[in-house]
Design a protein around this ligand. Structure first.
Ligand code: HEM
Length: 186
């Protein structure tokens, strides 16, 4: 069964890497390749989410939650996997809802920021998985330089969570007001 997880994780990792590249090409370049990247992004994101769900389900089937939560390394791996899923799911919803206008004007920067954050998170997921499987990489050293110690449970300080919530609330209020103004023709 362990081999199943090892095999399935390649799908989200590869599709997330491809989706990130497509967002960057679609947002920063022009021409045929950029057009193709923008047009094919949603199917690639959908496949990445299916792959991620399969990888997560396989993880839960193979290792008990109790065992996973007992080790800081495995806890961090699970945390990063779920955060990666969340960020790419958000990206997929934005691209799906905006349709062909997803890359218009300043909107593209929201996609670029999400894709870059997602890339950092899925790289951390993979590198922690490698640690668990006994194959650490130099990427952990890079994480360590930024203050993320892979053997200690990752956490966000309360003030950081409060700032994130305030930003989310501010973005929701801004979006609501814009939509309201557009609806009333102002
Ligand atoms: C998007 C979800 C996930 C991704 C992308 C992912 C990625 C990985 C990767 C790349 C490896 C290393 C495999 C290798 O070296 O061949 C790995 C190993 C591992 N993963 Fe995940 N993983 C995910 C979800 C989970 C979940 C949900 C759990 C537990 C509930 C889990 C537990 C483990 C464990 C325990 C190992 C070590 C395997 C071993 O000892 O051989 N993973 N994972």
């Amino acid at each position: 069964m362990t081999g199943l997880h090892h095999m399935l994780v390649h799908f989200p990792e590869a599709f997330w890497a491809l989706a990130t590249l497509m967002v960057l090409v679609g947002a920063l370049l022009s021409g045929r390749l950029a057009e193709l990247s923008r047009a094919a992004l949603l199917p690639v994101l959908a496949l990445s989410l299916l792959g991620a769900i399969a990888a997560i389900v396989s993880g839960f089937l193979v290792w008990s939650l109790e065992a996973t939560l007992h080790s800081p390394l495995a806890r961090n791996h699970l945390l990063m996997a779920l955060w990666s899923l969340g960020v790419y799911a958000l990206l997929a919803v934005l691209v799906w809802r905006a349709g062909p206008a997803a890359f218009d004007g300043a909107r593209r920067w929201a996609l670029v920021i999400l894709a870059l954050v997602g890339a950092l998170l899925f790289a951390a997921t993979g590198t922690l998985g490698g640690h668990l499987a006994g194959a650490p990489t130099a990427f952990s050293e890079l994480l360590r330089l930024t203050g993320w110690e892979v053997y200690t449970t990752f956490y966000a300080p309360t003030w950081a969570v409060a700032v994130m919530l305030l930003i989310a609330l501010g973005a929701a209020v801004l979006g609501y007001r814009r939509r309201h103004r557009a609806g009333s023709g102002g």
